[in-house]
Design a protein around this ligand. Sequence first.
Ligand code: PBG
Length: 338
Amino acid sequence: MNENFKLNLPHRPRRLRRNPARLAMCAETSLSPSDLIQPLFVVEGRNKCEKIDSMPGISRLSIDRLLKKCETLLALGVPAVALFPQINPRLKNNDADEAVNPDSVQNKAIRAVKKRFPELQVVADIALDPYTSHGHDGILNKDGDWILNDETVEVLVAMSAVAAQSGADFIAPSDMMDGRVGAIREALDELGFENTAIMAYTAKYASAFYGPFREAVGTLKKGKSGVDKSGYQLNPANTREALREASLDEKEGADIIMVKPAGHYLDIVSKLRQATSLPIAAYQVSGEYSMVCAAAQNGWIDFDKIRDESLISIKRAGADMILTYFAESFAQSFKSKK
Ligand code: PBG
């Protein structure tokens, strides 16, 4: 080492990385529990907390246990939950009749949560897959090879109305049928629910990262990615198609648009950030969560650090809020660091 060696450098970006205070002052993005939405799985019954093998730390909860979980989340500063039901197989059929039942486990859960915690924002997922015997998000044609668009939208509109009546703050169509946002907005307004907002799954890709979720809601066997939804969800090869969906959803009256999955679709988040002034949500999905858990359980990665890095990256790409199974865990760490 030559002690006299000195670069003549006017620009030394590392100056700003000198200490924690400077790092904090120069942070371009921040993450707090108020950015997060916790997805929760609901099941019929009492005092139930059923572990989901492929999603360590996440369980299907009966409504009594769901309320306890909501209390914890609120106390941690998480402002919103997204509810997903597991439906008894005996209640499933080809037409998804249970989806519009005001006393479905989903609608009972919405009512119970809103009654106990009026301030907690409840996002109601609107799609038929938990309710159809075949596991598709819509009504199947006679040949069983195509999901019927307009027939499906008719059911989604009725399902949205019941969810709004149950007290949902956000109607979140996750089905990817054409024209559903406009049809739902119109129906909500006619019924006097002009303050019920629409969080549209705008760029929802046909992804194998949904595998563990499909196990959680009982639409598939473990370790497989399930039915092929490429007839309605987006092709992972495409960007322009997401922009097109976004402009349609915006015109149809979406309040918030969503990109899903998140981590492998940050370019889409970033491009939509340029293209719209609407708030953007990103959904860090079950497979993204499971992969982190699996590697951490093997001692291969640091769970907390990867959790935080994956979340801040999604914000950096341009998301305003993140649906993530890490919400509770992040919020707990956030609180303990304060
Ligand atoms: C239902 C729905 C799915 C997810 C959210 N809503 C599954 C799917 O489209 O098959 C996936 C969420 C996750 O993987 O965490 N339409």
